[in-house]
Design a protein around this ligand. Structure first.
Ligand code: ZN
Length: 254
């Protein structure tokens, strides 16, 4: 099932489920007991919002061998994790703003895990019971500041640096999913989730040994090789085959 969060005109955003190109409401708690209402609102009549509003955004660095190599890094022996602030979130279709502090902002196409149940100290074997579904994300990064700062909070944390969506797929098979990124139609990144160093269950287990994961929290699982620069006027499109397409325009911040 595909879960969307959507807005009609000025109404408050709400959760729904997608059936072909129609949306039905979700009545109740998305992560608990709910009822699906009839799907009759055309997708074209709504604004799609990020499909989750997380308490935290946990990201994994260097989780693809070829990407670690392209930036001159070794693959870590244990998962390398960092956080992006929820204030960096933007909706599908909204504009990524290039901040004046950076001269090198780059795209990072990633598979994103959405947590469905509070998780603390779960094992990799149990992890699937805590995963609600998957979505598509772009871990936008100021590469120059990442190199100079050491800590990545600034490089990864600017407003607009966390687009994800357009929906959560609760049944998606991540075993061999093709991740691509195109900028202005030109291919930049292409790899399979099969190439991850640490698997999704391993990541959920590892992160839950550090911090309690809450329903709606999201995990960016790392980017494959081919990261590259975004310029004002670009359109960046991240696609995970069979899951969804995430498009965002890019503009220099005034
Ligand atoms: Zn990343």
């Amino acid at each position: 099932m595909r879960i969307v969060r959507y807005q009609i005109k000025d109404e408050a955003p709400k959760f729904g489920w997608l059936h072909d190109d129609k949306i039905g409401g979700i009545d109740g708690d998305l992560f608990g007991a709910y009822k699906r209402m009839e799907a009759k609102t055309p997708l074209a009549d709504v604004k799609l919002m990020v499909p989750s509003w997380p308490t935290k955004i946990v990201c994994v660095g260097r989780n693809y061998v070829e990407h670690a190599k392209e930036l001159g890094n070794d693959v870590p022996k244990i998962p390398l994790i960092f956080l992006k602030p929820p204030s960096s979130i933007i909706n599908p279709g909204e504009t990524i703003l290039l901040p004046p502090q950076s001269k090198q902002v780059e795209h990072e196409a990633e598979l994103v895990v959405v947590i469905g149940k509070r998780a603390r100290n779960v094992t990799a074997e149990e992890a699937k019971n805590y995963i609600f579904g998957y979505t598509v994300g772009n871990d936008v990064t100021a590469r120059d500041l990442q190199k100079t700062d050491g800590q990545w909070t600034r490089a990864k944390g600017f407003d607009t640096f966390c687009p994800f969506g357009p929906w959560i797929d609760t049944d998606f098979n991540i075993a061999d999913a093709l991740i691509t990124c195109k900028v202005n139609g030109q291919p930049r990144q292409m790899a399979s989730t099969r190439d991850m160093v640490f698997s999704v269950p391993t990541l959920v287990a590892y992160i839950s040994s550090v911090m309690t994961l809450e329903p709606g929290d999201i995990i960016f699982t790392g980017t494959p090789a081919g990261v590259g620069e975004l310029k004002s006027g670009d359109e960046v499109v991240v696609e995970i085959e069979g899951l969804g397409v995430l498009k965002n325009p890019v503009k220099a911040e005034k």
